[in-house]
Design a protein around this ligand. Structure first.
Ligand SMILES: [Ca+2]
Ligand SMILES: [Ca+2]
Length: 452
């Protein structure tokens, strides 16, 4: 087996160094004690599509995420790693306009962290956004010099739905974090109206911080599911230093009563006190779920989980699911983690629906299920990308246990994938290019008419 990479950090700065030398200089160079394995060279493959600028003239600073608001065809939100969220407004008119939606470069109670995989990472709008003006943001900050990952609620200004009132911030969860990488960071509202949050194993490599094996430590290595409306019947979370409390002394969210780990008194064969369980957890055993997505047609939740050295994976996330990290990497045993070579007792890992080796890619960016009109041959497929090699891959369900794959295009730097609110076409945030892009058939390939 190859020696372990120090972490995914090797991949990100390597690409960033090409496009953004200033930020790359801020990132401390990795200093592996062991020689790092050779990264395979990027192999460019023949594809039928290319990525083109979806909004010519609009540039973004290291865009890594794309969000839309429910029932809102006129606005697209673009997240910049470096601290700002912009709204492209007036999409339904002739001249879309880029406006500053939220500036998080100077958080109220700390400093924005942008090193390694930190930054403004996630944004989601609740189903009642048009009425309530609420939105939720995931970002990294240093408080008294120590790194945290945070989920906060904000409000737009009463007289301007295109601008957040920074003074409205109310943190919900502020988790201390020992490493700049593996922060998860996506936020999505499910069809059930609950907020789903992806968190990573904390970072370093080989799950050295030992978070993946537990459901009663911090907010790590998981998909969380929380009730930001504190509906009747939902439960208060168990106490934890990361849970922010409101003026009434209660958490600003509650836990849906059917969350799967409520009352759990053992995990992996080890007895645990149910009062110590992070009942917010919906699924566990994830390494760094970088981008999650609900298919609106089926309600299924997809996640791209970044691998260690050998395999990237796509998972279908189910309630109470254990996705295996740090005992599995993709379909394969992983033995360099804190669990060693022995699987724990009562261990039932769920296999990914797709995995790929490093020659195909080194850092998965989870995508979306396509339901647009322009490419009918790809309807119902899950379209994702690899950040490092740039492969844009469409997965189709059917046949065997693993979904079948097809590489549509290739362009390194894709860190976020979303949907155009006008027509459901796939949009790609390319952090290296500073652009939001879309798929276009290559001219030499003729049009997009399916051939079979
Ligand atoms: Ca981290
Ligand atoms: Ca897994």
């Amino acid at each position: 087996m190859n020696p372990p990479l120090p972490s995914l950090r090797l991949v990100w700065p390597a690409l960033l160094a090409v496009a953004t030398p200033i930020l790359a200089q801020q990132t401390p160079p990795p200093a592996p004690k062991k020689p790092a394995p050779e990264k395979p060279p990027i192999v460019f493959v023949e594809t039928d599509y290319e990525l083109v600028d979806a909004f010519p003239g609009l540039k973004f600073e290291m865009p890594l995420g794309i969000a839309t608001a429910p029932e809102d065809r006129g606005r697209l939100f673009v997240l910049e790693k470096t601290g700002r969220i912009h709204v492209v407004a007036g999409l339904d008119g002739a001249t879309p306009e880029k406006k500053l939606f939220l500036d998080l470069t100077k958080p109220r109670d700390g400093e924005l962290a942008t090193e390694s995989e930190c930054g403004v990472l996630g944004l989601a709008f609740p189903p009642d956004h048009a009425k309530s003006g609420r939105c939720f943001v995931y970002y990294s900050l240093k408080i008294d010099g120590s790194l945290h990952q945070r989920v906060s609620r904000f409000q737009v200004l009463p007289d301007d739905p295109d601008r957040v009132d920074p003074a409205s911030e109310q943190p919900l969860i502020t988790q201390a974090d020992e490493a700049g990488n593996h922060n998860g960071g996506d936020l999505q509202f499910g069809p059930d109206g609950y907020l789903y949050v992806s968190t990573g194993d904390g970072g370093s490599g080989n799950d050295k911080l030992d978070n993946g094996r537990f459901i009663n430590k911090g907010f790590h290595a998981a998909i969380l599911r929380i009730d930001v409306d504190r509906k009747p019947g939902s439960l208060p979370p168990n106490p934890h230093p990361a849970v922010n409390l409101g003026a009434d002394g209660a958490a600003l969210y509650t836990v849906p009563a059917d969350n799967p780990f409520i009352g759990r008194d053992s995990h992996h064969g080890q007895p645990i006190d149910p009062q110590t369980v992070r009942t917010e957890i919906w699924a566990t055993g994830l390494r760094n779920p970088w981008r999650i997505h609900f298919d609106p047609a089926t309600g299924r939740l997809f996640a791209g989980d970044v691998g260690q050295n050998l395999y990237e994976e796509i998972d279908l996330i189910v309630a109470g699911g254990d996705y295996g990290w740090p005992h599995r990497e993709g379909l394969h045993p992983f033995t360099l983690g804190p669990g060693g070579e022995q699987d724990p007792a009562d261990f039932h890992p769920i296999a990914p629906i797709f995995e790929y080796p490093r020659v195909v890619g080194m850092s998965v960016t989870g995508g979306v299920v396509y339901h647009g009109e322009r490419f009918p041959q790809h309807r119902g497929k899950y379209v994702f990308a690899d950040y490092a090699t740039g492969r844009v891959i469409a997965l189709q369900e059917g046949g065997g246990e693993l979904w079948s794959d097809e590489t549509l295009a290739q362009e390194p730097g894709i860190a976020g994938i979303g949907l155009d609110p006008r027509d459901g076409e796939v949009l790609f945030a390319n952090m290296a290019f500073g652009q939001v892009k879309r798929l276009q058939p290559k001219e030499s390939k003729g049009n997009a008419t399916p051939t079979n």
